[in-house]
Design a protein around this ligand. Structure first.
Ligand SMILES: *[C@@H]1O[C@H](CO)[C@@H](O)[C@H](O)[C@H]1NC(C)=O
Ligand SMILES: *[C@@H]1O[C@H](CO)[C@@H](O)[C@H](O)[C@H]1NC(C)=O
Ligand SMILES: *[C@@H]1O[C@H](CO)[C@@H](O)[C@H](O)[C@H]1NC(C)=O
Length: 226
């Protein structure tokens, strides 16, 4: 069973299909941890290791954790690296679990003059329930931390991160208000009562993925799932 959730993000792959502005050539770039990718400037292949994910939750949310809940950071759910996902945990309907996901350094592998023609994201979920689950996602509009900081003061239900001296609050707890309403992604995740694992490939808005590339990826904020 996934950690306290209806379904869990498990492994993610983004495929960005490109048209190069100055040539007729089309190309595809696949961002997945562990893949070897040729950098934009050429040279030797580099091991891509910049998939960033974090789960924010209302689990045990209370004054002692600054109303930030329990956050599952990179590596904290080893060895399976799953996160809970759902707006109501089966164990406690008041608990919400959301997952932030981004592909850092995409700009290092996709040329700045490339036109993103299409993009898709493949995520493996675990759904042992016998009911399908509605999953929603959206493109984040601000940065967020994906790893440690002072306990209960960095990324979580209340905060997007820690700026070195203070917590940076989300616009509203739960981060959904910091997600663009311009593109709403939703899909119904089937169940797999026998094995749990369900892979889903989701089309991503090309213009929103294009916005991950300029200025060395300074607006590459990724996605939020709920
Ligand atoms: C990939 O990144 C993680 C987290 O930063 C690190 O712990 C791990 O050692 C890296 N793996 C490789 C093969 O560089
Ligand atoms: C996305 O959802 C929000 C909130 O439900 C809504 O205000 C917005 O119009 C939707 N956007 C699109 C493009 O449908
Ligand atoms: C991107 O980073 C490179 C290498 O650090 C730097 O030379 C370049 O000026 C940066 N470009 C932008 C637009 O920030």
């Amino acid at each position: 069973m996934s950690r306290n959730g209806l379904a869990a993000a498990f492994a993610a792959t983004a495929v960005v299909l490109l048209g190069l502005a100055c040539t007729a050539a089309a190309a595809a770039v696949t961002l997945q941890t562990g893949r070897s990718l040729i950098p934009v400037g050429g040279g030797s292949p580099v091991l891509y290791n910049a998939t960033r994910d974090t789960a924010i939750t209302t689990q045990y949310i209370d004054a002692w954790n600054n109303m930030n809940g329990i956050t599952y950071l990179w590596g904290s759910t080893a060895p399976d690296f799953t996160y809970g996902l759902g707006e109501a945990s089966p164990y406690n309907p008041a608990e919400k679990f959301r997952t932030l996901l981004r592909f850092d350094d995409a700009h290092s592998y996709v040329p700045a003059d490339a036109v993103v023609q299409s993009a898709e994201l493949t995520v493996t979920f675990i759904n042992y329930n016998f009911d399908p689950v509605l999953v929603q996602a959206c493109f984040m509009t601000r940065p967020w931390a994906y790893q440690g900081g002072p306990s209960y003061k960095t990324v979580g239900w209340a905060f997007s991160g820690w700026d070195g001296s203070a917590s940076v609050p989300w616009t509203q707890p739960g981060a959904w208000a910091d997600c663009s309403p311009n593109v709403n992604i939703s899909f119904v995740l089937p169940s797999n009562g026998a094995y749990g694992y369900v892979s889903q490939t989701i089309a991503l808005d090309p213009a929103s993925v294009q916005a991950w590339l300029p200025s060395n990826g300074s607006a590459n904020y990724g996605l939020l799932f709920r």
